[in-house]
Design a protein around this ligand. Structure first.
Ligand SMILES: [Zn+2]
Length: 240
């Protein structure tokens, strides 16, 4: 992935349905940067800290549900998982032991966005229920509904893009290795570079999303580095 995530004295540790979770302080930094929104603060008539706090709750719950999707599936296959939330989002780690198959890897990868889509469905259904029954919600609850829907739908869809190490990239890895076992990883990284550059250009030019464009440029650069490393090792037999 992006290397080991260092332990700090400020890490939070807890368990959800028996799965250990560690929260690196960098996760809150990420949430604060993404949640900073003077526009929302004035729309809600609150100070600047409020959208940051609310968005942190949205990201915390959503990323945790996403990672639990991966982790619960891995545990079903008998591979004990643990979850880390950090400055790039979340990570569900597990050590595949017996019974490893590419299909199981693909299922674990898809289960993350899948869990998010289920949460999106629940929030959407709740929102429709409130609308049908003419229940007025406070601006803060309205903000939470909008952001929960946005994060769980759109982050899930972006995560399914075939860019390593996103979930879709992990699925692409299994497909590329199946098609060509010797050049599977090389082709995965090449595909990752092409798709990430296209998304970055689209995000920057069409959507005006500078942060998203930078993130995908970073992913493209990451895949370029992985590609160089794979070539350096002489292709076949690389541990990817
Ligand atoms: Zn995931």
């Amino acid at each position: 992935m992006f290397g080991q995530i260092p332990h700090t004295p400020y890490d939070l540790h807890f368990e959800v349905i028996g799965i250990p979770v560690r929260v690196h302080p960098g996760f809150f930094l990420l949430a604060a940067i993404l949640g900073y929104s003077p526009g929302w603060a004035s729309h809600l008539h609150v100070n600047l800290l409020m959208p940051i706090l609310l968005f942190t709750i949205v990201v915390f719950v959503s990323v945790l549900i996403h990672e639990l999707g991966h982790a619960v599936t891995a545990r079903r296959f008998g591979w004990p998982p643990h979850i880390t939330l950090y400055h790039f989002g979340g990570l569900a780690s597990y050590q595949p032991t017996y019974g490893y198959t590419p299909a199981r890897r693909v299922l674990i990868s898809l289960a993350g966005p899948g869990a998010g889509f289920v949460l999106f469905g629940i929030i959407y259904a709740a929102e429709q229920y409130l609308i049908r029954n003419h229940v007025a919600v406070t601006p803060v609850v309205g903000y939470l509904i909008v952001q929960f829907k946005f994060v769980n739908l759109w982050w899930g869809l972006l995560n399914l893009l075939p860019i390593y190490p996103l979930d879709g990239g992990q699925v692409a890895e299994q497909v590329c290795r199946k098609i060509n076992p010797y050049r599977g990883m090389e082709n995965t990284f090449k595909l990752g570079i092409i798709v990430a550059v296209i998304v970055a250009i689209f995000a920057w030019q069409r959507m005006g999303q500078t942060y998203m464009a930078l993130m995908f440029l970073f992913l493209a650069f990451n895949n370029y580095q992985f590609l160089e490393q794979t070539r350096g090792r002489g292709g076949p037999g690389s541990p990817w």
